[in-house]
Design a protein around this ligand. Structure first.
Ligand code: ATP
Ligand code: MG
Length: 405
């Protein structure tokens, strides 16, 4: 009898030493949710004494908005045995602080298989959660920064266009202005002539005025002057439309456009008007009809042209050959410059964001990575190779209009 008692004592001591050395919190309760046993980790975590905890209701330990384990409240305990895994419970510390804990709750049975309560084991997730939240915040911030970078890269490309566009606008605007000035002068003369007629000038005086003011010339001139003004105004409008499309926020807007016309326009704006002398040799078919967001493709072509300008900066005569063709279902345009080509060790990094060999302030290293993404979004491809005759070749492939799903 004494021996049995000793054995029981030993077993109890063994159990309590195991419980005491557990780093996870442990709590044993009755089917009604009354706490029967707690371990040291729980006492330490909640800063409540063992005596205070033992005998109290588990429900009293939980914060108001905690997820309820199935044992909280009497009715639930009558139902089938529930067990929960990795459930987040909010416990209340002695000082009222809320302590989130990831708990596993399993039923406990006696030797006859009768349910006699529950065992809850868990660990505080405050640290984990804080780290997760910090990670989440950092991720959100990164996404925002990336959006800003994409936007600022687009603005840089837009800035490159502006010089060309200003030049382009200057032409039609100056001849619209010239025409309007002429029309203004003509109006004055016509008005004087008509006033004289209305005032009853005789035939001789009329004829004299008609000669003096060159009324017949004016009448001949008016129509072409108005036509020219209209044309100039329309050209201005289409340039502005093109720019508006480029800076449009609606990135998903798609339309039919001709890649040949787009490349020609961008070459004209970026290379044609710049101070740098880059000879552009164009071998383009008449049309390369495709579908997509022409503003985005414009941005890609501007980047390729700007890179070609930078790459050929050290050459005595700088050449960019642009060749377009239809290859199966693709509209293909290759940009071959006579720069130094791509260093083989950079080949795999070229399209990585922020990869640049340009000095600080000159390149962000985003041009190609953004272009790559934009082209991929159009179902196309942007690739690079070195030309056997020297220089880099960037190939832009977009699905032909007829093949766009
Ligand atoms: N035509 C080219 N010839 C040789 N190297 C090129 C050419 N185009 C791009 N590269 C290389 O690829 C790098 C990345 O180009 P990318 O357009 O992505 O960035 P960037 O031109 O350096 O900067 P950003 O376009 O953002 O102003 C360049 O720094 C350059 O080293
Ligand atoms: Mg670039």
């Amino acid at each position: 009898m004494v021996e049995k008692h000793e054995k029981e004592n030993e077993a109890r001591q063994f159990m309590s030493s195991v419980m005491a050395s557990m780093s996870d919190v442990l709590l044993v309760c009755s089917p009604a949710g009354r706490i029967e046993e707690v371990n040291r980790a729980l006492v330490k975590l909640l800063r409540r004494s063992e005596d205070e905890l033992r005998g109290s209701a588990l429900a009293d330990l939980l914060a108001e908005d905690s997820i309820l384990p199935p044992i909280k409240g009497m009715p639930q305990t009558q139902g089938p045995i529930c067990c929960m895994e990795d459930c987040e419970m909010l416990l209340r510390g002695a000082d009222g602080s809320i302590i989130p804990v990831a708990m596993n709750c399993t039923p406990r049975y006696d030797q006859h298989g009768e349910e006699v309560g529950y065992v809850l084991v868990g660990r505080p997730i405050g640290e984990l959660r804080r780290a997760y939240e910090a990670l989440h915040d950092a991720h959100e911030e990164l996404k925002l920064t990336q959006r800003r970078l994409l936007h600022s890269e687009k603005m840089v490309a837009l800035g490159r266009l502006v010089a060309g566009v200003a030049h382009e606008l200057n032409n039609p605007i100056s001849f619209v202005l010239g025409n309007v000035h002429a029309l203004q002068r003509y109006t004055q003369r016509l008005k004087t002539y008509l006033d004289a007629i209305h005032d009853g000038a005789d035939l001789g005086a009329r004829e004299e005025m008609r000669q003096k003011f060159r009324i017949d010339r004016i009448l001949e001139d008016i129509e072409p002057l108005i036509d020219g003004t209209m044309e100039g105004a329309e050209r201005t409008q289409s340039i502005v439309e093109g720019l508006k499309r480029f800076s449009a926020r609606d990135a998903e807007q798609t339309e039919r456009f001709d890649l040949v016309g787009l490349v020609a326009k961008v070459v004209h704006w970026v290379v044609g008007s710049g101070p740098e002398k880059l000879e552009v040799i164009s071998h383009m078919p008449e049309h390369l009809p495709t579908v997509g967001n022409s503003g985005q493709i414009q941005q890609v072509v501007i980047n390729l042209l700007q890179n070609a300008l930078d790459a050929t900066a050290g050459q005595v005569s700088r050449v960019l050959e642009i060749s377009g063709s239809v290859q199966g279902k693709w509209a293909v345009v290759a940009f071959h410059d006579n720069g130094p080509g791509i260093d083989p060790k950079h080949q795999t990094q070229l399209f990585d964001p922020f990869f640049t060999t340009k000095p600080v302030g000159k390149g962000t290293g985003l041009g190609l990575s953004i272009s790559y993404g934009l082209v991929a979004r159009h179902g196309g491809e942007l690739s690079v190779a070195n030309h056997p005759a020297g220089g880099a070749v960037f190939t832009l492939k977009l699905p032909l209009d007829a093949f766009v799903e």
